[in-house]
Design a protein around this ligand. Structure first.
Ligand code: ZN
Length: 405
């Protein structure tokens, strides 16, 4: 039993045209007109495949294929929104491989004991509305529905209003429900599979993540008449932290990664000494205990940088996601599928968050990774070779069929 590569490739091409950028990437932000057109196309394909389609209060779309017994479904899914000038693989590949797996069950006349379902989650990227993974987060009971509705984009538009505007404010309650399992195929977004020339990653879980906010309050002053000896420059302290955050990763070693991705500078003009700087620190490691050991290093770094520059430093650790382990049974089913197909594979952790992270809180969950060329994603160069896509779709298909009995 195999999926239909040609049909999958055609679906990828057709969906990839909605929101396509001139350089062959994708801009299909959540709840925009492009997102609506993408959703409409997917729903039409789901109906053609004979699925019972429903939409919940968060605009998450579900399609269900009946099983022979009244049991909880095996669900496959991902998201169909993208980041600005992103790629055509992140998210939509998982949705299309789920659809292809269901179409292939029909091709082969497979009857499963459990129903098989697919899901398209709303606003996974968090590019337009924060936080990310908001659709699956509400479904898992981790984000309140009202808070999600009140999320606003840069133009002040409310998520709830935009859902209604594009016609995807559904009636079905967005609450945890029983599932036999949740499976998500996704691009790796890192270089490991390509480096090791393996088509399949068996994802065992998602790394622990910690977000902190550092604020330095110095003294804003004129860049000309203020001698160097009396300056308290917030950006100079921040620069020490940027370098030091990199050194924390060097000291921790292993798979520890650290990033300063955001810098808000006041007043941010050429002829004033920066009076205030806020920066973000993102720390990740497979091991929660190692992340705990890194946080005091950050504390010391901020304290020392503030002292050296003679200004006030504040540090707030405001968001923490513990390591999310996936279900050994589901991970084992994915591995068995890869082995039976003769696909090279390895077990690995995801360094990025996915809808599977929230789904793991409510049901047995696993993921399939396929390689990302040069490890790149969230860019127009994002690419996965069709041979790898085919291997991944087959692994998803067989793992789903086996879990659904
Ligand atoms: Zn994604």
């Amino acid at each position: 039993m195999r999926i239909n590569r040609k049909r999958l490739e055609e679906s990828m091409e057709r969906l990839g045209r909605i929101g396509e950028t001139p350089k062959g990437g994708l801009t299909r932000l959540a709840l925009t007109d492009e997102d609506r057109r993408g959703r409409d196309l997917l729903v039409s394909w789901m109906r053609e495949a004979g699925l019972a389609v429903t939409v919940d209060q968060m605009g998450n779309i579900f399609g269900r294929r009946a099983g022979s017994e009244a049991l909880p479904p095996v669900m496959m899914g991902s998201h169909a929104d993208s980041v600005p000038t992103g790629g055509k693989y992140d998210g939509q590949l998982g949705v299309l491989c789920a659809l292809e797996a269901i179409r292939s069950l029909d091709d082969h006349g497979v009857r499963t004991r459990h129903p098989v379902a697919m899901a398209i989650f709303t606003n996974e990227e968090g590019a337009r509305f924060q936080p990310a993974m908001i659709g699956s987060g509400v479904m898992a009971g981790k984000i309140a529905l009202e808070d999600a509705y009140n999320a606003r984009d840069r133009d002040g538009l409310r998520l709830g209003d935009e859902l209604e505007r594009i016609g995807y404010l559904g009636a079905e309650p967005c609450i945890p429900r029983p599932f036999r399992a949740y499976l998500e195929l996704h691009i790796e977004q890192g270089p490991i599979l390509e480096e090791e020339q393996l088509p399949i990653g068996i994802v065992e879980g998602i790394v622990a993540i910690s977000w902190s906010r550092v604020t330095f309050n110095g003294v804003q002053d004129h860049a000309g008449p203020t001698p160097m000896r009396i300056r308290h420059d917030a950006l100079v302290a921040a620069a020490e932290v940027v370098r030091g955050v990199r050194e924390i990763a060097t000291r921790m070693g292993g798979e520890f990664v650290s990033t300063v991705g955001r810098l808000d500078l006041t007043p941010n003009i050429p002829n004033a000494i920066p009076g205030r700087v806020a920066l973000s620190v993102d720390l990740r490691d497979p091991d929660d205990a190692r992340l705990d050991r890194a946080l005091p290093l950050l504390d010391a770094l901020v304290r020392e940088a503030a002292e050296r520059e003679g200004l006030r430093g504040e540090l707030e650790h405001y968001w923490r996601v513990p390591r999310t382990p996936f279900d050994p049974g589901v991970v084992g089913a994915v591995e068995a599928a890869a082995t039976s197909l003769g696909c090279g594979h390895r077990r690995m952790l995801s360094g990025a968050g996915h809808d599977a992270q929230y789904m793991a809180a409510i049901c047995p969950t696993g993921m399939v990774f396929v390689p990302s060329r040069a490890g790149r994603s969230h860019c127009e160069e994002e690419f996965t070779a069709m041979d790898d896509v085919e291997h991944g779709a087959n692994v998803l298909f067989l793992a789903c069929a086996s879990l659904a009995g």
